[in-house]
Design a protein around this ligand. Structure first.
Ligand code: NAD
Length: 449
């Protein structure tokens, strides 16, 4: 069977690579309007870093996995079309700042309606507001010309940094569709694809609205745990309790469990914030302001924590960090990814720069140009050093003053030399502060320069 995926991003690329890797009988073509991204997927340097991704892409590429900008042909030939394009928060018009921007999804639906020549199963892989399938169906049916379209919802639960392991061994695959004979047949067709490697009992099928809403709900629950433990971290600092000990103590309760209880500078990444904002918007739209306010609190706590972290650095350093050298290890939103979207490191750096600190940033996977772009600073900004390539070692000059470790930069690339010096010279500031990720360390007894 031929499968097409529109959108060659952090979800489309890895998920389709996994289908091609596991289901040799299917031919999978991933298409995108972004020529540079497709070129990178076809090169030795993939546009996305994920442990294990290189191996499966390179093994299947050119055999039953293809990357292309020829969107029309891929749609025309496929029986199943995944839509995996971005759904960022809307920045304009009605719902700006909260609602999901649906323009990319709509363009995909119109493109499918325009070029499809026979019946298709269209799968929502992107995270979408509940009842989006209705709009997609409306667009497709208005232009059906006798063709039949079945819309399924199949949200993706992978986490960046562990995408390949998550895809290979998912807790569950969720597939929602119409509960009609045609809808159930379409669900079964997609179930058969995943059953190529996922145990049948881990493939859940639901009605389409439940599936759409489950993805937003899952992200809201995960983010809520982070905000909850972060709220408690502020209380721990005020009272002398240790947030790691509290987290461990409550996490051993089987009703609570240990995951997502690491106090941090707050969650980042492209999904949590946007999906909760979207949930808040939906609640308001459906006349549920109290429910909206409840979920909005999760975002408010996250913002509070990010800025509290910087205020803490400043107060620890005699209320001024002007011209003081601070090393930032790791810039992506967490380790094992090159994705910087909504990275807490961006907010931390911006707050530090506002106080005229002198920062040196090192991340093994994020290009220097991307770091500068995210911080909106020019190449010659005297306060920002990006330590890449042969300038990489210069981050050492900063490490011994103050180090903010945002993820994997801390131990990953520095090895024994850094850990030895860190243990000799660095002291966790009262409570260790972990970004979804790292800690705040301060040179023992030395003046900050
Ligand atoms: P992304 O920005 O990395 O990739 C989206 C791709 O779609 C881009 O390459 C873009 O060029 C392409 N695109 C946009 N419009 C197009 C069009 N009309 N035709 C062809 N290509 C088009 O986004 P992502 O991180 O892969 O996320 C995709 C969706 O999956 C989002 O809805 C997101 O919420 C959801 N999701 C993301 C993650 C994650 O960890 N990143 C996890 C689960 C779900």
């Amino acid at each position: 069977m031929k499968i097409c995926c529109i959108g060659a991003g952090y979800v489309g690329g890895p998920t389709m690579a996994m289908i091609a890797h596991k289901c040799k009988d299917h031919t999978v073509t991933v298409v995108d309007i972004n020529q540079a991204r497709i070129d990178a997927w076809n090169s030795d340097e993939l546009p996305i870093f994920e442990p294990g991704l290189d191996e499966i892409v390179k093994a299947a590429r050119g055999t039953n996995l293809f990357f292309s900008t020829d969107i029309d042909t891929a749609i025309r030939e496929a029986a199943i079309i995944f839509i995996s394009v971005n759904t960022p928060t809307k920045t304009y018009g009605v719902g700006a700042g909260r609602a999901a921007d649906m323009r990319y999804i709509e363009k995909c639906a119109r493109k499918i309606a325009e070029v499809a020549e026979d019946d298709k199963i269209v799968v929502e892989k992107s995270t979408l507001p509940v009842r989006t399938a209705e709009s997609i169906k409306c667009i497709l049916e208005a232009n059906s010309k006798g063709r039949k379209f079945q819309i399924l919802s199949n949200p993706e639960f992978l986490a960046e940094g562990t995408a390949i392991a998550d895809l290979e061994n998912p807790d569950r695959v969720l597939i929602g569709g119409d509960q009609t004979p045609d809808g159930l047949a379409a669900i079964q067709k997609l179930v058969d694809v995943y059953a190529g490697w996922v145990p049948r009992e881990n493939i859940l099928t639901t009605n389409i609205w439940s599936s759409e809403l489950s993805k937003l709900t899952a992200n809201a629950f995960l983010a809520q745990r982070i905000s909850s433990i972060n709220a408690i971290s502020a209380l721990c600092e005020a009272t002398g309790a240790n947030v790691d000990e509290v987290a461990h103590a409550i996490g051993t309760d089987s009703r609570i469990g240990p995951k997502f209880l690491k106090s941090s500078v707050g969650f980042g990444g492209s999904c949590f914030q946007k999906d909760i904002l979207n949930l808040v918007y939906l609640c308001e739209h459906f006349g549920l302001p109290d429910v909206a306010a409840y979920w909005n609190g999760v975002i408010e706590m996250n913002d509070y924590q990010k800025h509290r972290f910087c205020r803490r650095i400043i107060s620890t350093m005699f209320n001024t960090i002007s011209d003081k050298k601070i090393a930032i290890l790791g810039f992506a939103f967490k380790k094992d990814t090159n994705d910087t979207r909504e990275s807490a490191a961006i907010y931390v750096c911006q707050d530090l720069l506002e106080e005229q600190a002198n920062i040196a940033i090192y991340d093994p996977k994020v290009p220097a140009v991307k770091i500068r772009q995210d911080l909106c600073v020019a190449d010659d900004n005297p306060y920002v050093t990006v330590c890449k390539g042969n300038k990489k070692g210069s981050v050492y000059l900063y490490i011994f003053r103050l180090t903010v470790s945002c993820g994997w930069g801390f131990l990953f690339d520095y090895g024994k030399e850094f850990t030895d010096r860190a243990s000799q010279w660095c002291l966790p500031c009262n409570q260790p502060w972990e970004l979804s990720s790292g800690s705040l360390y301060q040179r023992r007894g030395a003046p900050f320069l």
